[in-house]
Design a protein around this ligand. Structure first.
Ligand code: ADP
Length: 193
């Protein structure tokens, strides 16, 4: 079977990371979360992590060159037999174009973009309540990430919407299990092709 590559898109707090982890456990698709990769690099104090730190701390996007380079390295690792979920990437048109190229090198492409819909107020409430101790879950940084999301969407979504049928939306204002039922059905559509 050909590996499938799917993008989870949505505002901070929409639950895409939680859903990607469940898909990895149940269906074996890797999770490629740029936010988590940056946090891991920072934890290990790599030069990439230190470069990313100042941007993350103020809720700004890390420059494309750094982000794309990190994803390129991640895709060289093993574990993509089933495919992968991209979570938090791409966030700019340039990142989206780079991802298309990286996958083309692997003789593959994006099967689907799942667009998690969540009202901004709910997103804010979820981030405020989050107890993961993330350095960027502070009120002023949360506001910046929330307001930037509209800009991210305007930059990256036209790239996907130009490909007919690629984007599928789901209501993320439900329980984890309810959302998961829809997510599994969508991922299976790709796996069954
Ligand atoms: P959230 O979606 O909750 O804001 P993430 O864990 O996806 O959190 O990202 C945390 C931070 O990491 C972002 O605010 C940003 O600084 C950086 N980051 C993550 N993904 C990208 C990306 N694709 N491009 C640029 N910066 C990114």
């Amino acid at each position: 079977m050909k590996p499938v590559f799917i993008i989870f898109f949505g505002p901070p707090g929409c639950g895409k990371g939680t859903q990607a982890k469940k898909i990895k456990d149940d269906l074996g698709l890797e999770q490629v979360s740029t936010g988590e990769l940056f946090r891991k690099h920072l934890n290990e104090q790599t030069s990439l992590g230190l470069q990313a730190q100042e941007y993350m701390a103020r809720g700004a996007l890390v420059p494309d060159e750094i982000t794309i380079g990190m994803v390129r390295e991640r895709l060289k690792e093993a574990g993509y037999e089933q495919g992968a979920i991209f979570d938090g990437f791409p966030r700019t048109a340039q990142q989206a174009e780079a991802l298309d190229r990286l996958l083309a090198e692997m003789d593959s492409d994006i099967c689907m973009v799942i667009d998690f819909h969540l009202p901004i107020e709910i997103s804010r409430q979820r981030l405020m309540a989050r107890q993961e101790g993330r350095a960027d879950d502070k009120p002023e940084v949360i506001e910046k990430r929330l307001s930037d999301h509209a800009r991210v969407e305007a930059d990256v979504m036209p790239h996907f919407r130009a490909q007919s049928g690629l984007v599928r939306t789901l209501d993320a204002n439900r329980t984890v299990d309810e959302i998961y039922q829809d997510v599994v059905a969508l991922v299976r559509e790709c796996m069954d092709q």
